[in-house]
Design a protein around this ligand. Structure first.
Ligand code: THU
Length: 160
């Protein structure tokens, strides 16, 4: 028997002003698209913006459905949009922001497990890391250098 410690690493920023300039712009786009989320059931609005290697910015927001499981998270809306429109272009950076109609979201909101798995597929496909920055409506921002930091021991094509 052997016990192995897996570690992860994040960087904390106090405000958007501290972010690199290109990520500030990405976060502005994420905030903009967050406002048009279709979230009548949860009242929880998520917006995301992806910077691609060809300098395109692809955005997405959550889309809910009266049949709840038929809705979709912002990150998957955006990653599938990016992969549909630009199938062979690498994703470099992702900015995510969330807000709630019911109470202010002051802490960074991390992508859910399903979105981590979906994003991990594309990090593995492109064979290069994707930086992820996430925040609430106000407050600090968390950055991770790779999906690996959010989803260690990921399931991928090597198992198939
Ligand atoms: N949501 C996202 O868009 N991304 C996540 O990573 C977590 C959750 C959405 C799904 C649903 O519309 C609402 O937030 C509440 O769960």
């Amino acid at each position: 028997m052997k016990k192995i410690q897996l570690s992860t690493s994040i960087t904390l920023f106090d405000s958007v002003d501290e972010l690199p300039k290109d990520v500030q712009q990405l976060m502005i786009e994420a905030v903009k698209i967050r406002k048009t989320a279709y979230a009548p059931y949860s009242q929880f609005h998520v917006g995301t913006a992806f910077l691609l290697e060809n300098d395109e910015i692809v955005t997405g927001n959550n889309q809910e459905n009266a049949a709840y499981p038929s809705g979709m998270c912002a990150e998957r809306v955006a990653v599938w949009k990016a992969s549909s429109e630009f199938p062979d272009v690498k994703i470099l950076k992702i900015a995510i922001t969330a807000s709630s109609v019911n109470n202010p979201v002051k802490e960074p909101v991390a992508p859910c497990g399903g979105c981590r798995q979906a994003l991990s597929e594309y990090e593995s496909k492109q064979d290069s890391k994707i930086e992820i920055y996430f925040m609430g409506e106000t407050g600090g921002i968390i950055k991770t250098d790779s999906l690996h930091n959010l989803l260690p021991l990921a399931f991928d094509k090597s198992f198939l």
